[in-house]
Design a protein around this ligand. Structure first.
Ligand code: GLV
Ligand code: GLV
Length: 322
């Protein structure tokens, strides 16, 4: 008999086809809306495999409700919504979808940093409000990117792709990471800095670190106070790395000069969010990997990962428990 799997959202057809070929599939048959908690707990009861998204909290309660579970596949690179200790305690394998989204997410970091530095969204809003008056020398002036200092916090695959793009803009490259990376230093020419030094030296700070117990809240008032009054702060990683109240206050106080954010402490956010009370922010709705091609690749890879683990085949995307 084919292994039984549960899928927490209807995925694009090519991914569903892979699952149906190898598994007995049940799913939360909805494209946009996350599965309610009780449906999730019911859904996992009989299955050996679970394919989930970043909107699903996979914790010890879910694991306890799934006595046959052997494999969890998340369609994402980040897996902070999953209690890895609870999976490890039961010997359940976790896979994710790195690599396929690296360049796409680095592109979005650059979209945010350029848009924030050059006030792209503010400019459009000015036009929409009918407030674009005649040209004058200091109208809508922003910050230069070319030739400036780019600092990346969390130099994994995405962070390195962000740095590589900086070479095309003749930027001086800095990185901060848990571990130093000699290959990165040799191949991309990025110099290691402590977090404090990176923050005070960089004209653009891009956050690409995973959310962990150590990184939660790592950007607060003290960190923003170290940044240059002309600096741009970009977060394409996870919202809770940043204390948002501190960031709003810091933007009001002028350090950083502007921010580009794709992720937030509690998503989704709405029009009443405090970040919308400061003019110098560019906000996107967690779309780092959101291109047609990449989201399709992530979905099919998540399906392939789940099938591979359930059939005992090798897959390079197993998340090792540390
Ligand atoms: C999205 O945020 C992901 O981790 O892939
Ligand atoms: C994860 O954050 C990565 O850089 O791939």
């Amino acid at each position: 008999a084919k292994p039984r799997v549960f899928v927490t959202r209807r995925l694009p057809e090519p991914a569903m086809a892979i699952l149906h070929e190898h598994c007995a599939v049940s799913l939360w048959d909805n494209v946009e809306t996350p599965i309610p908690r009780d449906e999730l707990l019911r859904g996992v009861a009989m299955v050996e495999g679970l394919l989930c998204l970043i909107t699903d909290r996979i914790d010890s309660e879910v694991v306890a409700a799934a006595p046959h579970l052997r494999a969890v596949s998340i369609m994402a690179v980040g897996y902070d919504n999953i209690d890895r200790a609870a999976l490890a305690a039961r010997g359940i394998t976790l896979t994710n979808t790195p690599d396929v989204l690296t360049e796409t997410t680095a592109d979005l970091a650059w979209a945010l940093l350029l848009a924030a530095a050059r006030r792209v969204v503010e400019g459009q809003k000015m036009i929409e409000r009918g407030e674009w008056g005649p040209w004058y020398p200091l109208q809508m002036v922003g910050q230069d990117i070319y030739g400036r200092v780019l600092g990346v916090v969390g130099a994994g695959r995405i962070g390195q792709a962000v740095l590589r793009r900086g070479r095309g803009f003749a930027m001086q490259l800095r990185y901060h990471n848990r571990r130093r990376n000699p290959t990165l230093e040799a191949e991309i020419g990025a110099e290691y800095r402590t977090l404090d030094d990176l923050l005070s030296e960089s004209d653009v700070v891009v956050v690409t670190a995973p959310l962990t117990a150590e990184t939660r809240g790592m950007f607060g008032a003290a960190q923003f106070a170290r940044m240059k009054p002309t600096s741009i702060f970009v977060n394409v990683a996870r919202g809770p790395l940043v204390r948002e109240d501190d960031l709003v206050a810091a933007l009001r106080a002028g350090r950083p000069w502007a921010a580009g954010l794709d992720v937030f402490e509690r998503e989704p956010i709405g029009p009443d969010h405090p970040l919308l009370t400061v003019p110098n922010v560019v906000l996107t709705p967690h779309v780092g990997s959101a291109t047609v091609t990449t989201r399709l690749r992530m979905a099919t890879l998540a399906a392939e990962n789940l099938v591979a683990v359930l059939y005992g085949r090798p897959t390079p995307h197993i998340v090792r428990h540390e």
